[in-house]
Design a protein around this ligand. Structure first.
Ligand SMILES: *Cc1c(COP(=O)(O)O)cnc(C)c1O
Length: 402
């Protein structure tokens, strides 16, 4: 027998984000499992030939093939949309599949894209190298100045692509101002929100049309699986994004979608603790005489501190800094760490350090790196869930070795 109760909390609209992160979007099977099931299948069967025909025509609800949709993937998309405050979402195999899908679905040959210069390495590759190969020109601007976006707009500009805070120098883009510039030219604003996480910044509320995540980062947050997701209005997601994924196939595996779905249950707890640790570490680093420059949006010396306070609810889980003594000192410092691991991943429970100019950004020449503010003395720290006192002791020892 099913329960017959009139509890108003049966209405999901009445639930808070924390409750939705645990229960939202779930679809319990007739077996009544507590945790969400994994639907590990590629295809689906139909009651009849007519039913198959109607499903393909879109006149009957139901799954067809896991490249288009799958119950485990749906649960991740639905829960994530509830957390983000988006009408709809589509998951992808990686964060780069999400960025590429978001961009490709909005342009055709002859169109133009504007993007901030400071981007995650592969995002910049897509904008700067791939799009022009397909006849879509792109202009890169200084993301800190909204006027630079306005100046770069052309009659054929269809999209602006930004990331804020940026990787690895934690520069900010004024999302609201850039959204207004995009919309004045009938272009879409796409925001890669990885560094801010869905908990600390809501680009759709600031005017963005599409938000993308590498779910590999904080959403999994435990270094296990790759994934990505794109969120926005039902109109853009169901027409442009769904069609692109259905026909070209950057789809996420049901198993990875399930990992991400379960990651969402603890996302807020994890990123809040990680950002508390980050703030403590930023305060510690700010006082060291071995450090030349600190980049943390919620540090009051950050040149865009006011904007950070306005559009983010927290300074995030990332902090970057320059050590005195260039690359040699940076290497000596990183090599002296014991708990903190050298890795280019981020948003993980484990604290990770990377040297962007010799790894993620090594394909750029010195001049391009200078434009992005990536010096050889720069290190990027992704702060995890360890006891912050242990992390500070680790950093303190390594600073002494410089
Ligand atoms: C990691 C990352 C990506 C790419 O995500 P993958 O899951 O590695 O493909 C895109 N943008 C930003 C800002 C990232 O940090």
């Amino acid at each position: 027998m099913t329960k017959n109760n009139k509890n108003p909390l049966n209405n999901k609209a009445k639930l808070s984000p924390q409750t939705l992160a645990v229960h939202g979007g779930g679809a319990r099977s007739p077996f009544g499992e507590t945790s969400e099931g994994i639907y590990f299948n590629s295809g689906f069967t139909y009651e009849s030939s007519l039913s198959a025909q109607q499903r393909f025509e879109g006149n009957e609800e139901g799954h067809i093939y896991s490249r288009f949709s799958n119950p485990s993937v749906d649960m991740f998309q639905n829960r994530m949309a509830l957390i983000e405050g988006a009408e709809a979402a589509r998951a992808t195999a990686t964060g780069m599949a999400a960025v590429t899908t978001a961009l490709m679905s909005q342009v055709k040959a002859g169109d133009h894209v504007v993007a901030a210069r400071a981007l995650f390495g592969s995002c910049r590759y897509v904008v700067e190298d791939f799009l022009p190969r397909w006849g879509v020109n792109s202009t890169l601007v200084d993301g800190r100045n909204p006027e630079d976006f306005a100046k770069a707009m052309q009659k054929n500009t269809k999209a602006i692509f930004i990331e804020s805070p940026t990787n690895p120098t934690l520069e900010l883009v004024d999302i609201k101002a850039v959204a207004d510039i995009a919309h004045a030219s009938d272009a879409k604003l796409i925001v890669d929100n990885v560094f801010a996480t869905p908990i600390f910044q809501k680009p759709l509320a600031l005017g963005a049309d599409l938000v993308t995540y590498s779910a590999t980062k904080h959403i999994d947050g435990q270094g296990r699986a790759m994934g990505g997701i794109i969120l926005g209005s039902s109109e853009i997601i169901e027409a442009d994004i769904h069609t692109f994924i259905r026909q070209t196939g950057p789809s996420i595996s049901p198993f990875n979608a399930w990992i991400m779905l379960k990651g969402l249950e603890t996302l807020e707890l994890r990123v809040k603790k990680m950002s508390e640790n980050t703030a403590k570490i930023a305060d510690f680093l700010a006082l060291s005489n071995k450090i030349e420059q600190l980049y943390y949006p919620f540090n009051d010396k950050h040149p865009q501190y006011e904007l950070a306070k306005r559009q983010m609810s927290n300074g995030s889980t990332m902090v970057s800094f320059e050590v005195k003594g260039g690359q040699e000192a940076a290497f000596r410092f990183a090599d002296a760490l014991a708990i903190i691991l050298i890795s280019n991943n981020l948003g993980d429970a484990k604290t990770l350090i990377s040297h962007p100019s010799t790894t993620t950004h090594q394909r750029f020449n010195e001049e391009e790196r200078a434009e992005m503010g990536i010096r050889r003395s720069l290190l990027r720290l992704s702060v995890g869930l360890e006891n912050p006192d242990d992390l500070i002791a680790d950093l303190d020892f390594a600073l002494d070795q410089i």
